[in-house]
Each structure stands twice: as C-alpha cells, then as structure tokens.
Design a protein around this ligand. Structure first.
Ligand code: NAI
Ligand code: A1CAB
Length: 278
C-alpha cells in the first residue's frame, strides 16, 4: 500500500485522513506532521495513527507527501522538505493542497525533477464525497498522477485540469461547500421564521439538498430543466424565484466566484507576506 505523510493536520488534512481510513487505507500507512501539541493529541486519539511534530520524521519512507498547511506556511514546509530530500529527487510525490500556491514554488526549492501535483480538494472528502482536481507540475509523469488519483479516488471524484485553471476550480469546488452551507443556513432560518421548529426545518433542508444533488447527478437533466420542472405557472416556486432574482442571486454568484478566483491567484503571489490569509 502507498505510504502517505500529511503535513498539516487541520481541517482538510483531517478530512483526507478520516476519508482514507474510512475507505480502505490502513492506519500504519498514514502519518501526520502537525505543529500544535493539542491538535496532535486529538488526531492520534481519534484516528490511532502516528502523529509527529517533525516534517522530516513524517516524510521518511513516505511514497506520497501531502502538504495541507495554509498558503503562507507552505514555504517553511517546502524548505523542510528540500532539506530532508538532500540532492536527489527521490521518487516521493509531493501533493500540494494549498490554495493559490503554484507548483513552481515547490519546484524551485526541491531537487530538480521532483514531481509536484497541485490538488484542489474539498471537505466533503470527509464523507467520501469529495471533488478533487489535480494539475501536474513540470516533472510529473502519468504514473505519478495515477498514484495520486488512486489515493483521492478513495474519498470522492478526481479529475485533471491544466494548472492555469486551478484558481477557477478553487472558486467552484474548493470553496463551493461553503456556498451550499450558507444557502442551507439561510433556508433553515427562513423556515424557522415561517414557524417550523429548527429541527424540522433542518431535516427538510438537508434532505431537499441531498435529493436535489442526487437528481442533478443521476437524472441526466440539466439544472435549468430540473428547476423549470418544479416551477408551476403562477405557483409558489415562481413567486420565490422572482424574489431570489430580485435579490440578485445570480449576479451574486458570478461576483462571488470571481472574487474567490482572484483571491486564489493573490494567495499564490503574496503567501510569504505577513498580511496573507492564515
Ligand atoms: N478547508 C478547506 O475547505 C480547504 C482547504 N484547502 C487548503 O488546505 C490548506 C489547509 O487548510 P485548512 O486545513 O483549512 O487549514 P487549517 O489551519 O485548519 O490547517 C492547517 C494545519 O497545518 C498546521 N501546520 C502549519 N504549519 C505546519 C508545519 N510547518 N508543520 C506541521 N503542521 C503545520 C497547523 O497547525 C494547522 O493545524 C490550505 O492551504 C487551504 O488553502 C484546500 C481546499 C479546501
Ligand atoms: O478558503 C480557502 O482559502 C480554502 C481554499 C478552498 C477552500 N478553503
């Protein structure tokens, strides 16, 4: 089995570890490097995996190294990886999950020839329903992509795009779960305002989202047609949609995704400056 070292045991690092363990990976093949003591203890207790505070320790003997730290912590990790690698581009594959950070940021510090795969995952990988998108760095061969695909496929779908499209992917699927959670939050609150208990409103919203997503995935119909099928002439849905359009929901999504894409590009450019997202 492929041995995987995850550097950074935060939200996405944990989602990956948890999803992999739930889907056939063994505890002995996973190790996490995490700098916070309390977090290390939490992860070791919850998943019974090895958790260390040292990147060099974690990456020793690993086939795949997943970098899951915030964008402005990436450079420190790459420096540690370069020191641990010495002069040779071992056959270790580096997988970077950091938003905005280009593969070249790794390649310039790591030994020449190091394969770096940039991946934009999303948190539903925690429940095996992630959407991961890979972009190959300069020295990546098909066999490297195959190995990374095999790992990510355990926790959801996997696709490949050119690296020039990863900022757009980040805006759609990387940040995407947050948009759906926001919509869910707003619908639950609205249901409560209409007199439903929070528990009932929550159950209805969750099942409506799950059912709608399943229809989109399985029916073969597109979103516009599925929406039209719910919208009876002069009915309740038409009344609601008129209000959503009046509130500018469509424009808001265009602007929001554009802002996310812009921010992703910016994170890559300024990740080593103190003002970057942390
Ligand atoms: N949270 C999300 O939904 C997604 C996050 N990402 C990317 O994943 C990366 C991590 O994001 P989150 O998990 O949300 O952040 P987080 O802050 O929850 O986790 C980062 C973890 O890395 C640890 N860390 C930092 N420097 C370290 C080092 N040198 N050695 C060991 N551990 C170190 C921190 O203590 C922290 O626990 C970011 O670059 C983000 O852009 C990508 C897609 C989705
Ligand atoms: O918000 C962020 O920057 C990260 C990247 C995609 C999702 N979360």
């Amino acid at each position: 089995m492929t041995r995987i070292a995850v550097i950074g045991g935060g939200k996405i690092g944990e989602a990956l570890v948890s999803g992999l363990l739930e889907n056939g990976f063994a505890t002995k093949d996973l190790v996490v490097a995490e700098k916070f003591d309390e977090r290390r203890e939490e992860l070791a207790r919850e998943y019974a995996i090895r958790v260390t505070d040292s990147t060099p320790d974690a990456v020793e003997g690993a086939d795949v190294i997943v970098v899951a730290v915030k964008p402005n912590d990436v450079d420190a990790v790459v420096t540690a990886l370069a020191a641990a690698a010495g002069d040779s581009a071992d056959e270790q594959i580096i997988v970077s999950l950091a938003a905005g950070i280009p593969t070249v940021r790794y390649e310039t510090k790591l030994p020449a020839g190091s394969p770096v795969v940039r991946v934009m995952p999303n948190t539903p990988m925690l429940v095996g329903e992630g959407a991961s998108v890979m972009a190959a760095g300069r020295y990546v061969k098909q066999q490297h992509l195959d190995t990374v695909r095999e790992i990510l496929a355990a926790v959801g779908t996997v696709s490949v795009v050119p690296e020039s499209q990863i900022d757009a992917v980040t805006a759609v699927s990387g940040s995407g779960p947050a948009y759906f959670f926001l919509v869910a939050e707003a619908m639950i609150d609205a249901g409560v305002a209409l007199g439903l208990t929070r528990a009932v409103a929550t159950d209805l919203v969750v099942q409506t989202m799950t059912g709608s997503a399943a229809m989109l995935a399985k029916s073969g119909d597109n979103a516009a047609d599925l929406r039209a099928a719910v919208t009876s002439p002069g009915g309740t849905t038409a009344a609601a949609i008129r209000e959503l359009e009046r509130g500018g929901v469509r424009t808001a999504f265009y602007e929001a995704l554009e802002a996310a894409k812009r921010r992703s590009a910016q994170l890559g450019a300024v990740a080593d400056q103190p003002s970057a997202a942390s």
